[in-house]
Design a protein. Sequence first.
Length: 258
Amino acid sequence: MKAHVVVDVGNTRIKWGLIVGRDIGRMASLPEEEQAWANEADAWSLPRPATWVLASVRPARSERLAAWLESRGERVLRLERAAQLPLDVALAKPDHAGIDRLLNAVAAKRHLQAGRGAVLIGAGTAVTVDWLDESHVFRGGSIFPGLELMADALHRHAALLPRVGVTLPVPRLPAGDTISAMQAGLVLAVGGGIREAVRQYAERASSPPRIFFTGGQSSLLAQAMGLLDEPRSEPWRDLMLWPEQTLIGMVDSIEALP
């Protein structure tokens, strides 16, 4: 099927990808504002009508975007169900898994040899750490709060703690003031959860898994956790930081549609 743009409608941002062959030629991360959508769409010089493919973990936001696109005369298709994807999903309720998690698994298959598994890390509003086994079957994984959710929770439920954001460099321990201690603690909590999940998957793997890291907070976390430093130790030796992973999973899924 020929499509022009893939869109990942997330909890925080809406990510567009311009399809060029089997890759993403241009990306945009947009807010929930129609004027921003119009400005970006006009800058892309798309054919009219263009075919847009949407995948979403926010149905209401996705419906609003679809209605806006259709009002401009565009064609809109949706990836909504596990059965639409070229992926074996070993879950009792495959459609209850976030479509972004499944699409990340589809994309990962591009870079996996037969018999090699993968850990799929998605770091956004929530953090997911999933397992794609050696037969390239999606087995599920873990979900826990991301940096922003943890920061919000601390501020809302602890009267004296401010709302903080995490920037690089992350304060080192022991942190000497409240804000620094919170920033360090957020990275320790999220990064520690990621490390432990990866450790457990690596222990069960028959050979070292490949690790894919995507999502809006992936670059910050990878740097804060020291994952990009050389030399890397196992199980992090074969780590791929891949911002467009979900969008690539959409491209591969579109290709597989009848």
